[in-house]
Design a protein around this ligand. Structure first.
Ligand SMILES: Nc1ncnc2c1ncn2[C@@H]1O[C@H](COP(=O)(O)OP(=O)(O)OP(=O)(O)O)[C@@H](O)[C@H]1O
Length: 351
C-alpha cells in the first residue's frame, strides 16, 4: 500500500478532565474528500486544529507523507485551513486577502497576480477583486476564504463548517461547487460538519466521532445502511434503535416494541440492540409474525416528499416511520396500524 497523505496515530488530547481525542487513528489518502461528523464536543475541531498545528497532541503523531509534523509551526505545514469565521482582513480587498499568503511567502508579483486571478475564477468571483469584505454577501465572503485557502495549492485542505453560514439553497449549491473544486484541484479535503445530509452527499468517506473516538469510518452509503453503534444509527438519518435480548432463534426480543426483530444474517449472541430506519418500515394491514408489530399513530408530520409518523408501540417505544407520498395520505392520528419490515432492514448494533 502507498503511504497515506495524512496519518493520525494514537492522537490523544486532554483539556483538564476532558478527553477531547482518545487515541485516535485515521489515514487519509491523497485526493480524498473526507467528512468529519459528530455531535457538539465530540472532538472534530480539536482534530483539525491538531493537524493544522494550532494545538499539540499529548500523545500520538500527525504524519504527512510519512513525515512527523511534531514541532512544525502552522504556517510551515504543507496544508491549509479554512476557518468557520472566514477571518478575512477587513482593510484588504478581495485580491489582497487572497494574495496575502503568497506575499508572505515571497512569491513574485506577476506569478502572484496570475494565481490570485486563477483562484478567484475558480470560486466564481471574477470582477470582485477590488471589493472590500464588508461590501460582500456572506456567501461571497466564504468564497474569498476558499480562494485564499486554495491559492496556495495545498495537497490537504481542512475546512471547519465551511457551509455553516449559508442558507439552505446556497448551501446545497456551494456544497456541489466545493466537491467540484476538490476534484479539479486533486487536493484532499477534510470537512467538519454538523450536517449529516451534507456529509453523505459530498464525501468519499465519512468519519463519525463520538467522545473523541472514531466510532465508524466508511463510504456514506455503507455507514448509513450499516451503522455500527447506537450513536451512529440515531445520528445519521434518525434510525430507530431498539433494545432487547436474543431469543435464541436468531431474533432480538424487544419488549418496548412488543415484537421480535430478526435480521437477515446471524445475530451475535451479545447483541442487545438493532437499528431500523424509518423509511424501511411499511404500513401493512393484516401483517403478523416476526418483523411486524402494531401500534397507534401519535403524530403525523408532513415533510414534502414524505410524512414522518410517530407510532406508539404496546411496550412504550415510539417508532419513527416514513410514509411516502406515492402511497397516498397517511392514516390520521389515533389510528391503529400494522407495521412490517424486511429482515434486511434490521441492523444489529455492536455498541
Ligand atoms: N481550549 C479548550 N479548553 C478546554 N476544553 C476544550 C478546549 N477546546 C476544546 N475543549 C473541549 O474538548 C472537547 C472537544 O471539543 P471540540 O471543539 O473539538 O468539539 P467539536 O466536535 O468541534 O464541537 P462543536 O461541534 O461544538 O464545535 C469538548 O468537550 C470541549 O469542551
Amino acid at each position: 500500500m502507498s503511504t497515506p497523505l495524512l496519518s493520525l496515530r494514537g492522537l490523544l488530547k486532554r483539556f483538564g478532565e476532558t478527553v477531547a481525542l482518545d487515541r485516535l487513528d485515521l489515514d487519509v489518502p491523497s485526493g480524498e474528500f473526507l467528512a468529519l461528523l459528530g455531535g457538539s464536543g465530540s472532538g472534530k475541531s480539536t482534530l483539525l486544529r491538531m493537524v493544522a498545528g494550532f494545538e499539540a497532541p499529548d500523545a500520538g503523531q500527525v504524519l504527512f507523507d510519512g513525515r512527523d509534523l511534531a514541532g512544525v509551526p502552522p504556517h510551515a505545514r504543507p496544508l491549509n485551513m479554512m476557518f468557520q469565521s472566514y477571518a478575512l482582513f477587513p482593510h484588504l480587498t478581495v485580491s489582497g486577502n487572497v494574495a496575502y499568503g503568497l506575499r508572505r511567502e515571497g512569491v513574485p508579483r506577476a506569478e502572484r497576480d496570475r494565481r490570485v486571478a486563477g483562484a478567484l475564477a475558480m470560486v466564481g468571483l471574477e470582477g470582485f477583486d477590488r471589493r472590500l469584505p464588508h461590501r460582500l454577501s456572506g456567501g461571497q465572503r466564504q468564497r474569498v476564504a476558499l480562494a485564499r485557502a486554495l491559492v496556495k495549492r495545498p495537497r490537504l485542505l481542512l475546512l471547519d463548517e465551511p457551509l455553516g453560514a449559508l442558507d439552505a439553497g446556497l448551501r446545497e449549491r456551494t456544497g456541489f461547487e466545493l466537491r467540484a473544486l476538490q476534484r479539479e484541484t486533486g487536493a484532499a479535503f477534510i470537512m467538519v460538519t454538523h450536517d449529516q445530509g451534507e456529509a453523505l452527499a459530498l464525501a468519499d468517506r465519512v468519519a463519525v466521532l463520538e467522545q473523541g473516538r472514531l466510532v465508524q469510518l466508511g463510504p456514506p452509503r455503507a455507514v448509513y445502511e450499516r451503522p455500527a453503534t447506537r450513536f451512529v444509527a440515531s445520528f445519521l438519518g434518525g434510525a430507530n434503535v431498539l433494545e432487547g435480548q436474543p431469543d435464541g432463534a436468531g431474533g432480538l426480543d424487544c419488549p418496548t416494541l412488543g415484537g421480535t426483530l430478526r435480521p437477515a444474517g446471524p445475530l451475535p449472541p451479545a447483541t442487545t440492540a438493532c437499528a431500523l430506519r424509518p423509511e424501511r418500515i411499511a404500513l401493512r394491514p393484516g401483517a403478523s409474525g416476526t418483523n411486524t408489530a402494531a401500534g397507534i399513530i401519535e403524530e403525523v408530520a408532513f415533510r414534502g416528499d414524505d410524512s414522518l409518523l410517530l407510532v406508539r408501540m404496546p411496550g412504550g417505544a415510539v417508532l419513527r416511520v416514513g410514509h411516502a407520498e406515492e402511497d397516498g395520505a397517511p392514516p390520521p392520528r389515533g389510528s391503529t396500524v400494522q407495521l412490517a419490515w424486511e429482515a434486511a432492514a434490521v441492523v444489529p448494533l455492536l455498541g
